[in-house]
Ligand binder design. Structure first.
Ligand SMILES: *Cc1c(COP(=O)(O)O)cnc(C)c1O
Length: 367
């Protein structure tokens, strides 16, 4: 009997999450300096972090001998959301919260539902607990809520929804999500992951936190990794009923969010200039890249986040050619979308460079 045989079979069945290629790895592989590489593979903020958050991090360095106190961030989020602090849970990245909610409600013998092409962490968080993940075929690359409702079983404890979804960028109308939750059994948890909420056009935004009074089974998740530009610090939050938050707090690591991340998040939350600039750069880049894809005759899924998912005849080959030119995007074969690539919207200069590299890669190889 090997150690592997001793491990839980449901752990052995998991394939590890595949992150976007780090710049340093590509630099080693193709032998060009890191400065020559642009990474548009992980939906990070191309403007970097908010200057106010940077200052806060610098200020917090002096207190690193102390364990963290998460009061200030919870308080700021309570003001931000209009909810009491008891309804806020912090995570070491929002992925931490996905993991917490899974561990509270899932176990061998139960199941969770997610959509085909939904964020890869949902099956992972589910399978980590030994529960079964039920994957429902997508409709137009997005969630098919009717089909998701139809597959619910008596052992189903949780439904995962990403709105907008990553990696497809699809957006469900908020009213449809609301009506879906209203029609679910009230003891099934709904996780509504809104990582890209701040990138939505104002007309597409809704304050779903207002639904919590109606739905004690709802957990809404937000992150500081995307528009706030703090992916490397690992900080996100969830809002839910005090009952759900209390349950997650029982199994949460006591100090799951570090001092630097907490300080940065408080500052970033209210850096409206940085948020407005990040939003504007994203909108401009989205317009530019979608126009170029159209001109090149390439299909893309209408985007609603800070990335665009587009189809190619030879996505693998084109991805290789982009890498050779020092441009990192995200292949989606692991998501069952082998003909698609996902590009994160970058700065104006990065977008220009990506499009030039793409055009170059599309030129047929004559020899
Ligand atoms: C990027 C992303 C997150 C954020 O994860 P963090 O752990 O907060 O960095 C969450 N959900 C989705 C769908 C994402 O794309």
């Amino acid at each position: 009997m090997t150690l592997i045989d001793r491990s839980h079979p449901y752990v052995r069945a998991i394939s590890p999450y595949q992150p976007g290629k780090p710049i340093t790895e590509v630099a080693r592989e193709i032998g060009i300096p890191v400065e020559g590489i642009i990474k548009l593979a992980s939906n990070e903020n191309p403007l970097g972090m908010s200057p106010k958050a940077r200052k806060a991090v610098e200020g917090a360095i002096a207190g690193l001998q102390r364990y963290p106190d998460d009061y200030d961030l919870k308080h700021a989020l309570a003001v931000h959301t209009g909810l009491p602090m008891e309804q806020i849970v912090l995570g070491n990245g929002s992925n931490d919260i996905l993991d917490l909610i899974a561990r509270v409600f899932l176990a061998p013998g139960s199941s969770a539902v997610c959509a085909q092409y939904a964020f890869a962490v949902y099956p992972l968080a589910t399978m980590t607990t030994g529960a079964e993940i039920i994957v429902v075929p997508a409709r137009d690359f997005g969630h098919d809520l009717d089909a998701m409702r139809a597959v619910l079983r008596p052992d189903t404890r949780l439904v995962w929804i990403a709105n907008p979804n990553n990696p497809t960028g699809t957006l469900l109308p908020h009213q449809e999500v609301h009506d879906f939750i209203a029609a679910l059994p009230p003891d099934v948890i709904v996780v509504l992951d809104e990582a890209y909420n701040e990138y939505l056009a104002p007309a597409d935004r809704a304050f779903t936190g207002g639904w919590l009074a109606e739905f004690p089974n709802l957990l809404i998740i937000r992150t500081f990794s995307k528009i706030y530009g703090l992916a490397g610090l690992r900080i996100g939050y969830g809002i839910a009923s005090a009952e759900i938050v209390g349950l997650m707090n029982r199994i949460r690591q006591p100090f799951n969010c570090n001092n630097l991340a907490l300080a940065a998040a408080v500052a970033a939350l209210e850096d409206y200039d940085f948020l407005a600039e990040s939003f504007a750069v994203n909108q401009a880049g989205m317009t530019k890249i979608t126009a170029a894809l159209k001109r090149l005759g390439l299909d893309y899924i209408p985007p609603h986040g800070n990335f665009i998912t587009f189809r190619l005849k030879d996505a693998r080959g084109i991805n290789e050619k982009l890498l050779q030119q020092g441009v990192i995007v995200r292949p989606l074969a692991g998501y069952g979308m082998p003909d698609w690539l996902r590009v994160t919207i970058g700065t104006e200069a990065e977008n220009t460079r990506f499009l030039a590299a793409l055009e170059e890669a599309l030129i047929p190889n004559l020899f």
